[in-house]
Design a protein around this ligand. Sequence first.
Ligand SMILES: CC(C)(COP(=O)(O)OP(=O)(O)OC[C@H]1O[C@@H](n2cnc3c(N)ncnc32)[C@H](O)[C@@H]1OP(=O)(O)O)[C@@H](O)C(=O)NCCC(=O)NCCS
Length: 179
Amino acid sequence: MKNLETTTKTEPVVLKDGRRVGIRLYRPADKEGLISMYAGLSQEALRWSMPPYNRQRIERWTSNLENTIALIAHDKNRIVGHLQISIGTSPRFREMGDLFVYIHQEYQNVGLGAALMSQAIALARERRLHRVELTVVADNHRAIRLYEKVGFQREGLKRENYLGEDGKYHDEIIMGILL
Ligand SMILES: CC(C)(COP(=O)(O)OP(=O)(O)OC[C@H]1O[C@@H](n2cnc3c(N)ncnc32)[C@H](O)[C@@H]1OP(=O)(O)O)[C@@H](O)C(=O)NCCC(=O)NCCS
C-alpha cells in the first residue's frame, strides 16, 4: 500500500471567500478538537443529520483508524471540517467504503466540502477501494449537488426513511461512485 500522506495536500486550500484552510489525515491528537467541532454545529447544520454527535460517538468513529480514511480540515488549530470513509471488513465488502462529511457552518458553501471530497476520493483510489457510497436526505440539496459534482451517482431511493425535525418522513437517496 502506498503512503496515504502522499495524496493529502500540504498546501492550504483557498476557499471561494479567500480564506485558507488546511486538509490532512486525522490523528488521534485531533480527537478533542473534533469533539468541539461537532459540539459547535448549529441546528441548521444538523438539520438533515443523525444526532447526537457526542463524545461517545466520536470515540467510536475514531477507534478503528485502520479501516478508515479520515480527513480533517483545519483553520490554524481549529477543526472546521471532517470527512470519514469506513471501509468494510467482511470479505464481501472488503473494498467498499461508506462516507460522511460535516463542515462547520462558518465554512459551508465556499468549496471546502468539494476539496475534502476530492482528496478523500483520491485516497480511496490510492487504497484501491472499489466503490464508495453514502446516504443523504433527498431535501439536502447542497449536499447532493456536491456529491454529484465530484462524481457520485444516484443509485437508489429509500422512501420516507428519515423522520425530520418537522415531524414528517423524508426520502433518502443512496449515492455511489465506482473508483
Ligand atoms: C453538505 C456539505 C458537506 C457541503 O459542503 P460545502 O463545503 O458547504 O459545499 P461546497 O461549497 O463545496 O459545494 C456546495 C455546492 O452546492 C451548491 N449549493 C449550495 N446550496 C445549494 C442548494 N440549496 N441547492 C443546490 N445547490 C446548492 C453550491 O453552489 C456549490 O456548488 P458549486 O460549487 O457548483 O457552486 C456542508 O454544507 C455541510 O456540512 N452541511 C451540513 C451537514 C450535512 O448536511 N452533511 C451531509 C450529510 S449526508
